[in-house]
Each structure stands twice: as C-alpha cells, then as structure tokens.
Design a protein around this ligand. Structure first.
Ligand SMILES: O=C(O)c1cccc(C(=O)CC[C@H]2O[C@@H](n3cnc4c(=O)[nH]cnc43)[C@H](O)[C@@H]2O)c1
Ligand SMILES: [Zn+2]
Length: 353
C-alpha cells in the first residue's frame, strides 16, 4: 500500500504562502531526511543493500506497521551510510532539499554512534558533517546546527559513546548545539541517561530529548526532571496530563510537534485526533517539524499546511508558527532577528499584494 500523507485540504493560496515562507526546522533526523534521490545515489554506491531505489517501491518500503517497524526500516537506511563521503553527500543534499523549502536554519539530529559502530572513523565523520555544513551555508544559505542523540535502545554503551563524541574538545564539531535521546521509548527509561545529559549540559550543550512520543506523560516529566529538557521532541502524550501542559506553558518549554510522523508511526490514529490544538489552547509553545520527511511522505511545507488546517491558521498565524521555531531555536540573537525580520517582511509583502 502506497502512503499518501500529503494534506489535500490546504487551500492553494495558503500552500503558495507556505512555500515562500522563511522557516526554521528544529526536529529533523539526518538519515531520516534522505530523499529517494539521495537513497538512490547511496544505494548505487552500495548495491548489496536491501533498500529499494525505485520511488514506488520505496514508498511501499516506507509504510510502517508500528514504531518498531519504523526503526527497523530506519536502520536499514543507516546501513547505506558507510563512508565519510556518504556522510558528506547525505548532509549536503539534505541541506539542498531544505533550501528548496525556504528553510533558513535547521537543527539536524545526528546519531554518531550508529555511524562509528559501523566502522566510520570518528574524526572523518566529524570532518564530513562540518565540511557539508560549511558548503551548504555557502551554496544554499541554509544554516545547519547539530543535535547528537543517544539511540536509547542501544543501551548505556551508546550513551557513553555519544556523550564522549559530543564533549571531547578534540572531536566536538563547531556546529554542535544540543544533546538528544531518540529511538523507542518503551522500556527505555529516561532517568538512566541523567549522567550523560549532565556531562553534555556541563559542556554547554542544550538538552532536547524525545519524550512522550510512544509512551505516556510520565516520560515527559522524567525528561524535564532528570534530563533538564529545554525542548521536548514530540511530547504528544503531554495532552493526557493537564498539570504537565500547565508546567510546559508556564516554563515556556516548547514542544517539537511532528504531526504526520505521529500518524506514520501510528503513535496517533488520525490527524484530526492529533493533540496539537490542545497544546495551543493550554498556552504551550508549539513548533511544527517534519522528523523523517521522505520516510513519512511529507516535508516541512506539508507540516505547516497540516498545522494550518488543524489550528485554523491564516497567513499571520502561520508566520507566528514560523517565528515560534526561530525563537525556540538555539541560534544566536542576531541570527534569530534576521530570520524573524525575513518572515515579517515576506508576510507583509504577501498580504499587501
Ligand atoms: O545504530 C544502531 O546500531 C542501533 C542499535 C540499537 C538501536 C538503535 C536505534 O534505536 C536507533 C534509533 C534511531 O531512530 C532515530 N529516529 C528517527 N526518527 C525518530 C523518532 O521519531 N523518534 C525516535 N527516534 C527517531 C533516532 O535518531 C535514532 O538514530 C540503533
Ligand atoms: Zn524524532
């Protein structure tokens, strides 16, 4: 069965507005951003892979029965990235795809453990992402920053390795701004990762774990209490706990909401049941993100269109949503002011047409 997740309801004019709107993306995975074009190029380099290259077959391959199935497929794409040149190609080409959607700034979640354990030299890995980051900024104008995440299910050895790669001054890449925790949540308790987050925070990194994507609100509380989360990846189940919503709103802890992802992994049944509206109603800062866009048959523009429908937003509302992401980002003040200014100018020009 082929996935058709692109929102067919968005009015054409609003779609055009979104397409030109300068945007920031705060929750998007490195390997999960490999488009069919990039997957084909990598698969041609490594023809023994089981990942299909034909776009139709790839759409079927990217149809998931549940979250565990999604992770299995995700790891098969990870297996396509075997050399520093693969890492560079993926990173640079992902930035090209972002620039096409007017993404001015993105915090890309990278799992260095998955690459180093597959034999990529750690120094060469860091050089590859940094080289791609600089080239992408020069060639496309898209500013990239990194979040290094622990693949939680891989255990504390993965946590130790990720913390080491993120905090060792000889290795730590210039673009690294934050530290995360990804993968399945069931049976992967957040508190056990406290020492690794403590080290990352002491080294100046921001804390942005996934929480409440596939488990209940207690996981979000744990991420706040033990991992000192400054933003929450997904946080979907927060809607089940009014005290948690009030806490997130009062402390201005933004949620990185990824609506289509939640449907694709079956964390939420339908878009109309997505709790994004409850978050906004409770005063929580909401940002909209694409997570693993080609795998979920979406892109950031489509996530904005979905949000516009679910939250009943017009152009001004969409501009506010885009500014939420800029404000919640770890960009410096001058960078934030630049993109916010661009959003305001673009919106004013659009509305005075
Ligand atoms: O790389 C390994 O060898 C390995 C061994 C055991 C477990 C894992 C993982 O669980 C990797 C998970 C992988 O998934 C990424 N990801 C992408 N999208 C999401 C999401 O929506 N929620 C949680 N994780 C996600 C994550 O960044 C990890 O890289 C790996
Ligand atoms: Zn994610």
């Amino acid at each position: 069965m082929t996935q058709h997740l692109v929102d067919p309801h968005a009015p054409r004019d609003l779609k055009a507005f979104i397409a030109g709107l300068p945007k920031a993306e705060l929750h998007v995975h490195h390997v999960g951003s490999a488009s069919p074009r990039i997957v084909s190029e990598l698969a041609a380099r490594h023809p023994d892979s089981k990942v299909p290259t034909d776009p139709e077959a790839l759409a079927d391959y990217f149809t998931f029965t549940d979250f565990a199935h999604f992770i299995d497929v995700y790891l098969s794409v990870v297996d396509l990235i075997r050399t520093p040149e693969d890492v560079r190609l993926l990173t640079y080409e992902v930035a090209r795809d972002m620039a096409r959607q007017q993404v001015r700034y993105a915090e890309l979640t990278i799992t260095p453990f998955s690459s180093t354990r597959r034999g990529i030299d750690e120094r060469a890995f860091m050089d590859a992402i940094e080289d791609a980051r600089k080239a992408a900024e020069a060639d496309f104008g898209t500013v990239l920053r990194w979040c290094f995440d622990i693949p939680g299910e891989a255990g504390l050895q993965a946590a130790e390795e990720t913390a080491r790669l993120a905090t060792d001054d000889r290795l730590r890449p210039e673009g690294l701004v934050s530290f995360g925790l990804g993968g399945p949540e069931v049976g992967v308790e957040r508190p056990q990762f406290k020492p690794y987050f403590d080290r990352a925070i002491a080294a100046g990194l921001h804390s942005v774990p996934h929480a409440g994507e596939t488990t209940g609100p207690q996981t979000v509380w744990d991420a706040l209490t033990h991992l000192r989360a400054e933003r929450i990846g997904h946080g979907t189940s927060s809607a089940q706990d009014p005290k948690l919503l009030a806490h997130l709103a009062e402390h201005r802890i933004p949620l990185e909401v990824c609506p289509t992802s939640n449907i694709a992994t079956r964390a939420v049944r339908t878009l109309d049941e997505h709790p994004i509206k409850e978050f906004v109603r409770a005063g929580v800062v909401v940002t909209v993100n694409s997570d693993d866009p080609p795998m979920f048959g979406t892109d950031l523009d489509n996530e904005y269109a979905v949000a516009a429908r679910l939250l009943d937003l017009d152009e001004r509302g969409l501009a506010e949503l885009a500014k939420n992401a800029v404000e919640a980002s770890f960009l410096d003040a001058a960078g934030k002011a630049r993109i916010t200014g661009e959003i305001d100018t673009y919106t004013a020009q659009w509305l005075s047409r």
